[in-house]
Ligand binder design. Structure first.
Ligand code: GAF
Length: 392
């Protein structure tokens, strides 16, 4: 892959790349829609991701091409106007990184030629956008020698979503991508940003990613709507407890206070968040205790809660997750990421994975009229520079 990306750079720009970078995609094992409520999440970076080959320029031009969107051609921009433009499409993500960094006082004197190429399916809820953001942020930080920490880059990348793209996402995706570790998922406390890794049981189980192939619009209003509903629930709870995030309430406290929320929809959203936070902690404990059946049951409960209380699943995700849950060898299955389409994951015993996939594929096609795609997830390292550029 590295070599191909460098060659493609050369083809596009008729010059050699000087540096090569990579940022992974991610799956979330459990802890959904808890990050912007100050809760726990348990995501892992995957070995698929975005490559970015770059070479500096002598003028103030920024040129961007993506191997995934070759039809859009080379997008050439002056470094002095990095405003969001709908027609720049995918390029708004790397542009947003340049813009956010510049607003923070980090701007390059001269421009870049950058070639991106990703092997994460776009728009499938595996964080292709956060991946391109982190690839760009690490590239700029290294090429400019700014010495910013990974945590700072992660926070700037989240700002790209919040302030530039206009989606009020939490920090989970960027954090998982910045701090990924081979073979491990990360228990991240989104209130303190403290984290710890836990090994995934990949000796025993395949982590099957099941793509609905129903594209989702993260920027669509539904995500921001859920976030607003959580804020409404928080404001209500703050009349009774001095909290700054919904996840500061224990399940017991919630059960005592939930009746204070009159709006049933808002009450359901908060219930999901508070129970999901609790499930996430339990799931990691079960994993560490090698109690895989209990771990899997928590994944199934997470899906049910996202379906019934948070209402972000839909026919496609429900068919994949619920069909998977019924297959021999599957210990747990759930949607992953924001929802509204995208992917589900299942933990399935290695020797049963092939058969499970076959059945899930057939049921899915019959129920939805669509074809699902399947991939095996491997947990990999975080955003980084790769060797190889300038050595061809
Ligand atoms: C998306 C967001 F980007 C994350 O911050 C998180 O809220 C997730 O949806 C849901 O858990 O991936």
């Amino acid at each position: 892959m590295n070599r191909a990306v460098l060659e493609e750079f050369e083809q596009q720009y008729s010059r050699q790349a000087e540096r090569l970078f990579f940022a992974p995609g991610r799956i979330n094992v459990i802890g959904e829609h808890t990050d912007y409520n100050g809760g726990f999440v348990f995501p892992c970076a995957i070995t698929n991701g975005t490559y970015a080959a770059a070479a500096g320029r002598n003028d103030r031009q920024l040129r961007l091409v993506s191997g995934n969107f070759l039809d859009k051609g080379v997008i050439a921009l002056p470094l002095d106007d990095l405003s969001f433009q709908p027609e720049d499409d995918w390029a708004n993500y790397p542009k947003g990184v340049f813009a956010v960094l510049a607003a923070e006082g980090y701007y390059p004197e001269t421009g870049y030629d950058i070639y991106f190429s990703g092997n994460i399916p776009n728009g499938a809820g595996l964080s292709s956008s956060a991946s391109i953001e982190l690839a760009t942020a690490v590239l700029l930080n290294e090429c400019e020698g700014w010495g910013l920490s990974m945590k700072t880059l992660v926070q700037y990348a989240q700002q790209v979503e919040n302030k530039y793209i206009g989606v009020q996402t939490g920090i989970m995706d960027q954090f998982a991508i910045g701090f990924g570790k081979d073979g491990h998922a990360m228990l991240l406390d989104c209130a303190s940003l403290e984290y710890d890794y836990a090994p995934l049981p990949t000796k025993k189980y395949t982590i099957l990613i099941m793509n609905t192939n129903k594209s989702r619009e993260l920027a669509g209003s539904a995500y921001n709507e859920r976030r607003a509903e959580c804020e409404e629930a928080l404001a209500e709870m703050q009349q009774h407890r001095p909290i700054t995030g919904l996840c500061e309430l224990s399940v017991e406290e919630w059960n005592q206070l939930s009746h204070e929320i009159n709006n049933e929809t808002v009450r359901k959203r908060a219930r999901h968040v508070i129970y999901e936070h609790d499930r996430t902690k339990q799931a990691v404990e079960m994993l560490k205790a090698e109690n895989y059946e209990a771990f899997g049951r928590l994944l199934n409960e997470s899906h049910r809660s996202l379906k019934e209380d948070y209402e972000v699943t839909g026919l496609e995700l429900d068919t994949l997750a619920e069909t998977a849950q019924q297959q021999p060898g599957v210990i747990g299955a759930r949607m992953t990421g924001a929802g509204f389409g995208g992917c589900a994951i299942a933990f399935v015993e290695h020797d049963q994975a092939e058969e499970a996939e076959k059945i899930i594929a057939a049921v899915y096609e019959k129920e939805t009229g669509r074809k699902a795609s399947f991939y095996k997830a491997a947990a990999g390292g975080g955003a980084r520079e790769l060797a190889g550029a300038g050595q061809k």
